[in-house]
Design a protein around this ligand. Structure first.
Ligand SMILES: C[S@@+](CC[C@H](N)C(=O)[O-])C[C@H]1O[C@@H](n2cnc3c(N)ncnc32)[C@H](O)[C@@H]1O
Length: 290
């Protein structure tokens, strides 16, 4: 009797495996929904806890019903336009794996330009550096991880965003980063900084690009009527917080470099230079407070 029932269970298990969808079936199903191949692979890789190479090399592997159901749900979210990072809960920035939720902007590769410029401009000696509007903590965490002798202060008006930045600081074991809540420079301590960086909201509220950014917090994207309000108010306020010779580094929209330069000149900044991102678009402006 025992033998019969265990044989039956064994047969059922074999049937289940035979009927189970294969990796290749799930990926093909996601493609019919319009999900990009790489996105589908990354979603399935996370659910199956295996490297992508393994997934692809053994794409006839049977997938259990629970994993298949979770994958269908994730693929449907992606097909509806939700950023991959919000579905997986992770995004890499400067090679750091960052937790992201809809409380924060998904860090963009072009923002690594600010990190690169700051590291190139300041040497390894102890420095005090601020990241205004830190979101997930991306810029500040990248700098803090590269320069153990620097002290970073990262601010945000959103306490929900600061909670994510704090989780990332903890997960990465970063010790030289303090987080503060508040409006731009008002959140900074009464000290003078070697550098102030920011990737503030800079999109005009009527810009068509916002249609593709519906899942990200509006407060992280738009500024004033024309997109310049936060760039200009940070530039004005930063003057009281920079050391003489201190560096202001701002990310901005591709068409904003000229007006930002004019504003920085009229505020008294010097040595104003604009750098392009990998797509060749004007993306970051550096200025020195004399
Ligand atoms: C474009 S996101 C940048 C996030 C992050 N630094 C990055 O590069 O991924 C702008 C950030 O500025 C924050 N922010 C918006 N208005 C602010 C204000 N008045 N004061 C401080 N932070 C603000 C938003 O909450 C958001 O996290």
């Amino acid at each position: 009797m025992v033998n019969d029932s265990s044989k039956a269970a064994e047969t059922q298990r074999a049937r289940n495996v035979a009927d189970a969808p294969r990796v290749a079936d799930l990926l093909a199903g996601a493609a019919t929904l319009g999900v990009a191949q790489l996105d589908a692979q990354l979603l399935l890789q996370q659910l199956m806890h295996c490297p992508r190479a393994q997934l692809l090399a053994f794409d006839d592997t049977a997938v259990d019903a629970m994993t298949a159901a979770l994958f269908h749900a994730a693929a449907a979210r992606r097909a509806a336009g939700e950023p991959l990072a919000y579905i997986t809960g992770l995004r890499e920035f400067w090679s750091l794996p960052l937790v992201v939720t809809p409380a924060v902007l998904v860090p963009r590769p072009e923002t690594e330009l600010l990190v690169e410029l700051c590291l190139a401009r300041l040497d390894h000696s102890p420095r005090l550096v601020a990241d205004l509007g830190t979101g997930s903590g991306a810029i500040a965490l990248a700098l803090a991880s590269e320069r153990a002798d620097w002290m970073l202060i990262a601010t945000d008006a959103s306490t929900a965003a600061l909670e994510i930045a704090a989780i990332n600081r903890e997960r990465l074991g970063i010790r030289n980063l303090a987080l503060r809540a508040g409006n731009w420079c008002e959140a900074l301590p009464a000290e003078h900084f070697d550098a102030i960086l920011s990737n503030p909201p800079y999109i005009a509220p009527d810009h068509p690009a916002l249609r593709d950014l519906a899942y990200e917090p509006r407060s992280a994207l738009t500024a004033g009527a024309d997109g310049y309000a936060d760039l200009f108010s940070i530039a004005a306020a930063a003057r009281a917080h920079l050391k003489p010779g201190g560096l202001l580094l701002l990310e901005h929209g591709a068409g904003q470099a000229r007006s930002l330069r004019q504003e920085l000149l009229s505020l008294g900044y010097a040595d104003i230079t604009c750098r392009q991102d990998l797509a060749g678009l004007d993306r970051a402006t550096a200025a020195i407070w004399p």
